[in-house]
Design a protein around this ligand. Structure first.
Ligand SMILES: [Ca+2]
Ligand SMILES: [Ca+2]
Length: 314
Protein backbone atom coordinates (compact mmCIF):
# COMPACT_ATOMS: atom_id res chain seq x y z
CA UNK A 1 0.00 0.00 0.00
CA UNK A 2 1.34 3.40 -0.85
CA UNK A 3 1.90 6.03 1.77
CA UNK A 4 -0.44 8.19 -0.20
CA UNK A 5 -3.27 5.79 0.43
CA UNK A 6 -2.31 5.05 3.99
CA UNK A 7 -1.90 8.61 5.10
CA UNK A 8 -4.26 10.37 2.87
CA UNK A 9 -7.12 11.23 5.13
CA UNK A 10 -7.91 11.35 8.76
CA UNK A 11 -10.67 13.14 10.57
CA UNK A 12 -11.31 12.54 14.23
CA UNK A 13 -12.99 14.24 17.10
CA UNK A 14 -10.65 16.62 18.81
CA UNK A 15 -11.93 16.02 22.30
CA UNK A 16 -9.45 13.48 23.53
CA UNK A 17 -8.10 11.52 20.65
CA UNK A 18 -5.16 12.20 18.41
CA UNK A 19 -5.37 11.20 14.79
CA UNK A 20 -3.03 8.24 15.12
CA UNK A 21 -4.45 6.72 18.23
CA UNK A 22 -8.02 7.15 17.08
CA UNK A 23 -7.50 5.74 13.64
CA UNK A 24 -4.70 3.32 14.26
CA UNK A 25 -3.40 3.93 10.76
CA UNK A 26 -5.53 1.09 9.50
CA UNK A 27 -8.63 2.80 8.38
CA UNK A 28 -10.59 2.65 11.58
CA UNK A 29 -12.58 5.71 12.40
CA UNK A 30 -12.94 6.99 15.89
CA UNK A 31 -16.63 7.65 16.19
CA UNK A 32 -19.30 5.46 14.75
CA UNK A 33 -22.53 3.83 15.68
CA UNK A 34 -24.56 0.81 14.78
CA UNK A 35 -27.26 2.98 13.35
CA UNK A 36 -24.89 4.55 10.91
CA UNK A 37 -23.28 1.38 9.75
CA UNK A 38 -25.76 0.06 7.27
CA UNK A 39 -28.27 1.43 4.87
CA UNK A 40 -27.36 4.91 5.90
CA UNK A 41 -29.81 6.72 3.70
CA UNK A 42 -32.88 4.57 4.04
CA UNK A 43 -34.63 6.64 6.66
CA UNK A 44 -33.77 9.99 5.21
CA UNK A 45 -36.53 10.68 2.76
CA UNK A 46 -36.86 14.23 4.02
CA UNK A 47 -33.59 15.25 2.47
CA UNK A 48 -34.75 14.07 -0.95
CA UNK A 49 -36.57 17.35 -1.12
CA UNK A 50 -33.37 19.30 -0.98
CA UNK A 51 -31.11 16.82 -2.71
CA UNK A 52 -33.21 15.08 -5.36
CA UNK A 53 -31.64 11.97 -6.78
CA UNK A 54 -29.20 11.66 -3.92
CA UNK A 55 -30.80 8.74 -2.18
CA UNK A 56 -27.94 8.42 0.27
CA UNK A 57 -27.23 12.13 0.52
CA UNK A 58 -23.69 11.90 -0.67
CA UNK A 59 -21.67 14.78 -1.98
CA UNK A 60 -18.04 15.44 -2.77
CA UNK A 61 -15.83 18.48 -2.45
CA UNK A 62 -14.93 19.47 -5.98
CA UNK A 63 -13.39 22.87 -5.18
CA UNK A 64 -11.35 23.64 -2.05
CA UNK A 65 -9.63 27.02 -1.79
CA UNK A 66 -8.11 29.18 0.92
CA UNK A 67 -10.25 32.17 1.87
CA UNK A 68 -8.58 35.46 0.96
CA UNK A 69 -8.74 38.75 2.78
CA UNK A 70 -10.13 41.80 1.02
CA UNK A 71 -9.95 45.15 2.82
CA UNK A 72 -10.34 43.65 6.26
CA UNK A 73 -13.06 41.21 5.24
CA UNK A 74 -12.67 37.47 5.11
CA UNK A 75 -14.88 34.42 5.22
CA UNK A 76 -14.39 32.37 8.34
CA UNK A 77 -15.34 31.90 11.97
CA UNK A 78 -14.49 33.56 15.24
CA UNK A 79 -12.46 30.51 16.22
CA UNK A 80 -11.21 31.77 19.58
CA UNK A 81 -14.48 33.50 20.59
CA UNK A 82 -12.75 36.83 21.12
CA UNK A 83 -12.67 39.94 18.97
CA UNK A 84 -9.05 40.97 18.72
CA UNK A 85 -7.94 44.51 17.85
CA UNK A 86 -4.50 45.23 16.49
CA UNK A 87 -2.02 45.05 19.37
CA UNK A 88 -4.44 43.77 22.00
CA UNK A 89 -3.51 40.97 24.36
CA UNK A 90 -5.62 38.25 22.76
CA UNK A 91 -4.75 36.46 19.54
CA UNK A 92 -1.12 37.55 19.83
CA UNK A 93 -2.28 41.03 18.89
CA UNK A 94 -3.29 40.34 15.29
CA UNK A 95 -6.43 42.18 14.32
CA UNK A 96 -9.38 39.98 13.42
CA UNK A 97 -11.37 40.26 10.22
CA UNK A 98 -15.02 40.92 9.53
CA UNK A 99 -17.03 38.33 7.63
CA UNK A 100 -18.80 39.25 4.36
CA UNK A 101 -22.05 39.25 6.35
CA UNK A 102 -20.65 41.58 9.02
CA UNK A 103 -19.71 39.16 11.81
CA UNK A 104 -16.73 40.41 13.78
CA UNK A 105 -13.80 38.51 15.26
CA UNK A 106 -13.09 36.30 12.24
CA UNK A 107 -9.75 34.51 12.58
CA UNK A 108 -7.95 33.82 9.30
CA UNK A 109 -4.34 34.87 9.66
CA UNK A 110 -3.23 32.47 6.95
CA UNK A 111 -4.76 34.94 4.51
CA UNK A 112 -1.79 37.19 5.35
CA UNK A 113 0.79 34.46 4.79
CA UNK A 114 -0.65 32.94 1.61
CA UNK A 115 0.25 35.84 -0.73
CA UNK A 116 3.81 35.76 0.59
CA UNK A 117 4.09 32.02 0.00
CA UNK A 118 2.85 32.54 -3.53
CA UNK A 119 5.14 35.48 -4.19
CA UNK A 120 8.36 34.30 -2.57
CA UNK A 121 7.89 30.58 -2.74
CA UNK A 122 6.62 30.56 -6.30
CA UNK A 123 3.90 28.17 -5.23
CA UNK A 124 0.53 28.09 -6.90
CA UNK A 125 -0.84 26.13 -3.98
CA UNK A 126 -4.44 26.05 -5.07
CA UNK A 127 -3.56 24.86 -8.56
CA UNK A 128 -1.86 21.84 -7.03
CA UNK A 129 -4.82 21.18 -4.79
CA UNK A 130 -7.30 21.37 -7.67
CA UNK A 131 -5.17 18.99 -9.71
CA UNK A 132 -5.30 16.50 -6.86
CA UNK A 133 -9.09 16.76 -6.72
CA UNK A 134 -9.60 16.51 -10.46
CA UNK A 135 -7.30 13.51 -10.81
CA UNK A 136 -9.17 11.61 -8.11
CA UNK A 137 -6.34 11.75 -5.57
CA UNK A 138 -8.31 13.92 -3.20
CA UNK A 139 -11.98 12.96 -3.34
CA UNK A 140 -13.35 14.02 0.02
CA UNK A 141 -16.89 12.62 0.16
CA UNK A 142 -19.53 13.32 2.77
CA UNK A 143 -22.47 11.06 3.55
CA UNK A 144 -25.34 12.21 5.76
CA UNK A 145 -27.78 9.97 7.57
CA UNK A 146 -30.34 10.31 10.31
CA UNK A 147 -31.71 13.53 8.85
CA UNK A 148 -35.26 14.08 10.07
CA UNK A 149 -35.58 17.70 9.00
CA UNK A 150 -33.34 19.19 6.30
CA UNK A 151 -33.72 22.67 7.78
CA UNK A 152 -33.21 22.08 11.48
CA UNK A 153 -32.03 18.83 13.01
CA UNK A 154 -30.16 18.75 16.30
CA UNK A 155 -28.45 15.47 15.59
CA UNK A 156 -27.37 14.01 12.27
CA UNK A 157 -24.73 11.46 11.44
CA UNK A 158 -22.02 12.61 9.08
CA UNK A 159 -19.43 10.33 7.58
CA UNK A 160 -16.45 11.51 5.60
CA UNK A 161 -14.73 9.03 3.34
CA UNK A 162 -12.17 9.23 0.65
CA UNK A 163 -13.70 8.29 -2.66
CA UNK A 164 -12.00 5.96 -5.12
CA UNK A 165 -12.40 6.40 -8.83
CA UNK A 166 -11.43 8.45 -11.85
CA UNK A 167 -13.83 11.41 -12.01
CA UNK A 168 -15.05 12.86 -15.29
CA UNK A 169 -14.59 16.59 -15.67
CA UNK A 170 -16.98 19.03 -17.30
CA UNK A 171 -16.09 21.79 -19.74
CA UNK A 172 -15.43 23.99 -16.69
CA UNK A 173 -12.59 21.65 -15.66
CA UNK A 174 -14.45 20.65 -12.51
CA UNK A 175 -15.84 17.27 -11.49
CA UNK A 176 -19.25 16.61 -13.00
CA UNK A 177 -22.13 15.94 -10.60
CA UNK A 178 -23.76 12.59 -9.88
CA UNK A 179 -20.88 10.28 -10.61
CA UNK A 180 -20.44 7.02 -8.74
CA UNK A 181 -17.43 6.08 -6.66
CA UNK A 182 -16.15 3.43 -4.31
CA UNK A 183 -15.02 4.11 -0.77
CA UNK A 184 -11.33 3.75 -0.03
CA UNK A 185 -11.25 1.31 2.88
CA UNK A 186 -7.49 1.54 3.17
CA UNK A 187 -7.41 5.07 4.47
CA UNK A 188 -8.74 7.07 7.37
CA UNK A 189 -12.38 7.97 7.64
CA UNK A 190 -14.76 9.53 10.12
CA UNK A 191 -18.24 8.96 11.32
CA UNK A 192 -19.73 11.24 13.93
CA UNK A 193 -23.20 11.69 15.34
CA UNK A 194 -22.33 15.15 16.55
CA UNK A 195 -23.23 17.05 13.40
CA UNK A 196 -26.39 19.18 13.29
CA UNK A 197 -28.41 21.24 10.84
CA UNK A 198 -29.22 24.83 11.78
CA UNK A 199 -31.36 26.89 9.41
CA UNK A 200 -30.35 24.74 6.46
CA UNK A 201 -26.66 24.75 7.36
CA UNK A 202 -24.87 21.55 8.32
CA UNK A 203 -22.53 22.37 11.20
CA UNK A 204 -19.74 20.54 12.96
CA UNK A 205 -17.32 21.93 15.54
CA UNK A 206 -14.42 20.86 17.68
CA UNK A 207 -12.76 18.41 15.32
CA UNK A 208 -9.19 17.85 14.35
CA UNK A 209 -9.28 17.46 10.58
CA UNK A 210 -6.30 16.00 8.76
CA UNK A 211 -6.29 15.80 5.01
CA UNK A 212 -3.71 15.19 2.30
CA UNK A 213 -2.16 17.88 0.25
CA UNK A 214 -0.38 17.19 -2.99
CA UNK A 215 2.37 19.06 -4.74
CA UNK A 216 3.14 17.08 -7.86
CA UNK A 217 3.60 13.55 -6.57
CA UNK A 218 4.45 14.53 -3.04
CA UNK A 219 1.77 14.04 -0.44
CA UNK A 220 1.77 15.90 2.85
CA UNK A 221 -0.71 15.99 5.65
CA UNK A 222 -2.24 19.20 6.89
CA UNK A 223 -4.04 19.10 10.23
CA UNK A 224 -6.65 21.72 10.94
CA UNK A 225 -6.88 21.72 14.70
CA UNK A 226 -10.17 22.40 16.45
CA UNK A 227 -11.80 22.65 13.05
CA UNK A 228 -15.22 24.04 12.30
CA UNK A 229 -17.41 23.26 9.31
CA UNK A 230 -20.45 25.02 7.98
CA UNK A 231 -22.15 23.84 4.81
CA UNK A 232 -25.21 25.48 3.31
CA UNK A 233 -27.41 22.67 2.01
CA UNK A 234 -28.81 23.56 -1.39
CA UNK A 235 -31.39 21.92 -3.57
CA UNK A 236 -29.23 20.12 -6.09
CA UNK A 237 -26.38 19.20 -3.70
CA UNK A 238 -24.29 22.10 -4.99
CA UNK A 239 -23.54 23.11 -1.46
CA UNK A 240 -21.24 25.95 -0.49
CA UNK A 241 -19.23 25.55 2.68
CA UNK A 242 -16.34 26.69 4.74
CA UNK A 243 -13.85 24.79 6.81
CA UNK A 244 -11.60 26.52 9.33
CA UNK A 245 -9.18 25.74 12.13
CA UNK A 246 -5.60 26.39 13.02
CA UNK A 247 -2.45 24.92 11.47
CA UNK A 248 0.68 24.69 13.59
CA UNK A 249 3.86 26.37 12.43
CA UNK A 250 5.52 23.00 13.01
CA UNK A 251 3.12 21.35 10.54
CA UNK A 252 3.82 24.04 7.96
CA UNK A 253 7.56 23.58 8.37
CA UNK A 254 7.25 19.82 7.93
CA UNK A 255 5.70 20.57 4.55
CA UNK A 256 7.97 23.46 3.56
CA UNK A 257 11.15 21.58 4.44
CA UNK A 258 10.24 18.84 2.01
CA UNK A 259 9.15 20.78 -1.04
CA UNK A 260 11.75 20.48 -3.75
CA UNK A 261 12.66 23.81 -5.23
CA UNK A 262 10.87 25.69 -2.47
CA UNK A 263 14.14 26.81 -0.90
CA UNK A 264 12.80 30.09 0.43
CA UNK A 265 9.74 28.62 2.06
CA UNK A 266 11.19 27.28 5.32
CA UNK A 267 12.83 30.62 6.11
CA UNK A 268 9.68 32.50 5.18
CA UNK A 269 7.54 30.39 7.48
CA UNK A 270 10.09 30.40 10.33
CA UNK A 271 10.30 34.18 10.26
CA UNK A 272 7.09 35.65 8.94
CA UNK A 273 4.86 32.69 9.74
CA UNK A 274 5.89 32.80 13.37
CA UNK A 275 5.30 36.54 13.45
CA UNK A 276 1.82 36.11 11.99
CA UNK A 277 0.77 33.25 14.28
CA UNK A 278 -2.37 34.05 16.26
CA UNK A 279 -3.48 30.82 17.97
CA UNK A 280 -2.26 28.36 20.61
CA UNK A 281 -0.04 30.62 22.74
CA UNK A 282 2.70 28.79 24.66
CA UNK A 283 3.76 29.55 28.24
CA UNK A 284 5.56 32.67 27.13
CA UNK A 285 2.53 33.80 25.17
CA UNK A 286 4.05 33.14 21.75
CA UNK A 287 1.45 31.81 19.33
CA UNK A 288 2.26 28.44 17.77
CA UNK A 289 -0.46 28.14 15.12
CA UNK A 290 -2.09 30.17 12.37
CA UNK A 291 -5.84 30.38 11.92
CA UNK A 292 -6.93 29.26 8.46
CA UNK A 293 -10.16 29.18 6.49
CA UNK A 294 -10.99 27.28 3.32
CA UNK A 295 -14.04 27.68 1.13
CA UNK A 296 -15.40 24.69 -0.71
CA UNK A 297 -18.06 23.75 -3.21
CA UNK A 298 -19.68 20.35 -3.56
CA UNK A 299 -21.61 18.34 -6.11
CA UNK A 300 -23.87 15.38 -5.54
CA UNK A 301 -22.42 11.93 -5.99
CA UNK A 302 -23.18 8.25 -5.39
CA UNK A 303 -21.44 5.28 -3.93
CA UNK A 304 -21.68 1.95 -5.73
CA UNK A 305 -24.40 -0.15 -4.14
CA UNK A 306 -21.95 -2.86 -3.19
CA UNK A 307 -19.22 -0.61 -1.86
CA UNK A 308 -18.79 -1.46 1.82
CA UNK A 309 -18.81 1.18 4.51
CA UNK A 310 -15.78 0.93 6.75
CA UNK A 311 -16.64 -0.40 10.19
CA UNK A 312 -14.87 0.09 13.46
CA UNK A 313 -12.75 -2.97 14.12
CA UNK A 314 -12.27 -3.92 10.46
CA1 LIG B 1 -11.32 35.95 16.94
CA1 LIG C 1 -7.51 36.36 16.00
Amino acid sequence: MSNRLLLSFCLVTGLALGCDEASGGDGQGSVQTDAAQTDAGAADGALDNVMPGSRDHVFLLRVLQFAREDEGRSAGFNLDDVITEQGSETGCGHEDFTSPTGDQGVDNQFSQLLPLIEQFGGMAIETYGQSAINSGNLLLMVELSGVDDPQNDEQVTMSIYRGLGAPLLGTNDLIEPWQTFDIDLETHWLRTEEARIVDGHLEMTGLDFTFPFYIFDFMFEITLKNARFSIRLDEDARHIGKLAGSISIENMLQIADNIEGGDMLPGLIRNIGTTLADMDPDEEGACQSISTTMNFETVGAFFYEDTPRPQSGD
